[in-house]
Design a binder for this molecule. Structure first.
Ligand code: ZN
Length: 131
């Protein structure tokens, strides 16, 4: 997940994305294919590490259904209110509860486990991938 300072070209691309997709706060809560309920999601700014509020992030969701598996993809673009950097984020949530997220050029895998509090689970699981 590289840094994305907003240039004119990126601003135009981001504005088109924001026009075509709802804000994260307007789309949640969402139930993932595994039955996991996402009540809130705050992407972390790739530049300064601040949480980006769900009202400043836009979400494009797609679902692919195979014979016995469902995969839901999330493409998120958030704008940090502290440093005005745009952070893109891409995730695939699988019906067995694991998810992959692309960081830099590599896919990383995480699991949504049941042990932590429901609201913080996804954010914590994703944050772990960066440590
Ligand atoms: Zn920031």
């Amino acid at each position: 997940m590289g840094l994305k300072p907003i240039t004119e070209k990126e601003r135009a691309s981001f504005e088109a994305f924001a026009r075509a997709n709802p804000r994260v706060c307007d789309d949640l809560p969402v139930t993932l294919p595994s039955g996991f309920l996402v009540e809130d999601f705050n992407p972390e700014c790739a530049s300064c590490g601040q949480d980006i509020p769900s009202s400043a992030a836009w979400l494009k969701r797609d679902r692919m259904v195979f014979a016995h598996k469902t995969v839901e993809t999330w493409e998120v673009r958030g704008v940090c209110r502290t440093c005005a950097t745009m952070t893109p984020c891409y995730m695939r949530f699988h019906s067995d509860g694991h998810f992959d997220t692309i960081i830099g050029r590599n896919w990383r895998r995480g699991d949504l486990d049941e042990s932590t509090s429901p609201v913080a689970r996804i954010a914590a699981a994703i944050r772990k991938l960066f440590c």
